[in-house]
Design a protein around this ligand. Structure first.
Ligand SMILES: C[S@@+](CC[C@H](N)C(=O)[O-])C[C@H]1O[C@@H](n2cnc3c(N)ncnc32)[C@H](O)[C@@H]1O
Length: 193
């Protein structure tokens, strides 16, 4: 961290860390390389449950090997499907609405993969709205936005507009760097009651 600019992915972890407890149920809505899935798994421990979505099998393979290397795959369910189906997939796993402590979205494309396979406005907003219903009281959703790639600015605007419209018991925050061109930004949603 020393001498390096803060990254939205690190900020998301710092906000989530004090919220998460052993035994919590959590979701990584965009598994990618698996870094966030592993972080969530470490926070909720062996008694927690982690669900990780990605539309690309290659991303879930990478996530699985990261978890295997950390000997932590036992309570992680990897789902090769779009996060727009988050609600049905969790209900199928007997997870109830209002019982998920955290949902992480890290939008954009698979690092090192095909930059044409990206998260899209319509499915992202659908997934975010479903994820809200899953969130427990005291729960938190983190959304890392990357306006610098094609389609990213449109998606970031849509997510920020969606957050601005949320009503109680949700509180929406937006954290951004001021002096860089198209910097990644972080939206956080809290459910306060
Ligand atoms: C920026 S990466 C995620 C990085 C990841 N959290 C990590 O720790 O490495 C975005 C991921 O979203 C995935 N993705 C794109 N559209 C998706 C969708 N509709 N549902 C779920 N995942 C999707 C991509 O395949 C890609 O792996």
């Amino acid at each position: 961290m020393k001498n390096k600019p803060l990254r939205v992915t690190d900020l998301a972890w710092e906000f989530l860390r004090p919220v998460l407890k052993p035994g919590d149920t959590v979701v990584d809505a965009t598994a990618g390389t698996g870094q966030d899935t592993l972080f969530l798994r470490q926070c909720v421990g062996e008694s927690g449950r982690v669900f990780a979505f990605d539309i690309q099998a290659v991303a879930l393979q990478q996530t699985k090997s990261l978890l295997d290397n950390s000997k932590s795959v036992d309570n992680v369910t990897l789902i090769c499907d779009s996060h727009e189906f988050i609600m049905t997939r969790l209900i199928d796993a007997e997870i109830e609405e209002g019982s998920v402590k955290a949902v992480m979205f890290n939008l954009g494309y698979f690092p090192g993969g095909d930059p044409a396979i990206i998260t899209k406005v319509e499915t992202t907003i659908k997934a975010l709205s479903s994820a809200l219903r899953l969130l427990s009281t005291g729960g938190m959703m983190t959304i890392c936005l990357y306006p610098g790639h094609p389609g990213g600015a449109e998606e970031a605007q849509a997510v920020i507009g969606w957050g601005e419209m949320l009503e109680a018991p949700f509180v929406a925050h937006h954290f951004q760097t001021l002096n860089r061109k198209s910097p990644p930004t972080l939206v956080i949603i809290q459910r306060t009651r």
